[in-house]
Write a protein of this length. Structure first.
Length: 351
């Protein structure tokens, strides 16, 4: 056991129930092994309500820390071991631009409801909450999109055009039902020339990590492993998803690996998503199932959280009041009520 691991274990023991370390599945094993709670975005948001610890250390990217701080109690503090861990996709939907677009669209005589993937900034969630919209995750995108389509004339899904389109397809929407918005730095670009009367309007963002995976890799995998099963995350391009045997959230991919390892020993499963998760599943099911990544896809932002930074955060927490102080996630007060509303709407609709 390394000195870092020993030091983290000692602080965990010292703080006991005052500390809870939460980690997203895309984290490296060296970090995940210290987490008390692991999960995808939806699981972590749900489990937070059961956490009573004073100090919550969240191993993930910034928007996850923001959501955790938003849902945490008044006596709890949330800490990010790597506050600079951005998410490219979250930064693709600027709140000011989204507000301009929503103002324009709602001024055209139809009610347009925003539905934002949880991978967004607090400021964006606040805009969504103000316009009566909600947040969704990849695990409940179908339920939430169905809800949003019933609530309004049309839905603005943001920021992930791929997740929006893949989810729309599952609900039976076709190419004439959706439109990927063309935007400039302020809002819509030449709105008169765009088919804005569609039911599903998609923000032109995507996850650059999942977008690295290409349909050609599915074809190559089938040629190399003719009997394999291929599943992927719906942040991947719809053309790739169409070639797969199944698609779903991180928790779906984890369940698929466990199911195949259990029901079809000796089979090969190829997974298109962030590679830290795929590697963990490959090790976990190595005795019964051959699990491989569809292609290289490591998230550099998630990788900013390291075991060393986790230890630094814990040391700073234990030294509070002394020479070192840990800085909890601070949220702009005025953004909290509307942003919380957008998250709570999701938790209400999904139970
Ligand atoms: S994998 Fe994609 S969506 Fe997830 S944190 Fe990284 S850049 Fe953001």
């Amino acid at each position: 056991m390394s000195d870092i691991t020993k030091a983290i274990n000692a602080i965990k023991e010292q703080l006991g129930s005052q500390l809870c370390i939460m980690g997203h599945h895309y984290q490296h094993d060296s970090v995940i092994r210290h987490c008390d709670i692991t999960g995808d975005s939806l699981e972590l948001a749900r489990k937070l309500s059961d956490v009573s610890a004073r100090h919550i250390v969240f191993c993930g990217v910034f928007f996850m820390g923001e959501s955790a701080a938003l849902l945490a109690g008044p006596d709890q503090n949330v800490y990010l071991p790597a506050p600079d861990a951005d998410c490219m996709m979250a930064l693709m939907a600027l709140p000011r631009m989204v507000r301009n677009v929503l103002e324009y669209l709602n001024g055209q005589g139809r009610r347009i409801l925003p539905l934002a993937y949880v991978n967004t900034t607090l400021a964006l969630k606040a805009v969504v909450g103000e316009y009566g919209g909600a947040v969704c995750t990849s695990a409940n995108a179908e339920t939430m999109l169905r809800w949003a389509l019933q609530e309004a004339d049309a839905v603005l899904f943001l920021p992930d055009k791929h997740l929006g389109r893949n989810t729309g397809k599952k609900l039976g929407l076709g190419p004439n039902d959706w439109h990927i918005l063309r935007c400039n730095g302020h809002g819509l670009k030449e709105p008169e020339s765009q088919p804005l009367d569609r039911r599903l309007l998609l923000w032109p963002g995507c996850c650059a990590i999942h977008a690295r995976l290409k349909p050609g890799q599915v074809q190559t995998a089938r040629e190399t492993y003719p009997d394999c099963r291929i599943v992927a995350h719906p942040e991947c391009n719809p053309a790739l998803i169409d070639l797969c045997d199944g698609a779903g959230s991180t928790s779906y991919l984890i369940r698929e690996a466990a199911r195949l390892a259990d029901e079809v020993p000796g089979s090969t499963l190829i997974i298109g998503t962030e590679n830290n998760l795929v590697q963990r599943l490959a090790v976990q099911h190595a005795a019964t199932c051959h699990i491989l990544p569809l292609g290289q896809a490591y998230c550099p932002h998630m990788a900013k959280v390291t075991e060393t930074k986790l230890l630094d955060t814990l040391l700073a927490i234990t030294a509070q009041g002394a020479e070192r102080q840990a800085k909890p996630v601070q949220l702009k007060t005025e953004l909290c009520p509307p942003a919380r509303l957008s998250l709570l709407r999701m938790l209400e609709v999904c139970g």
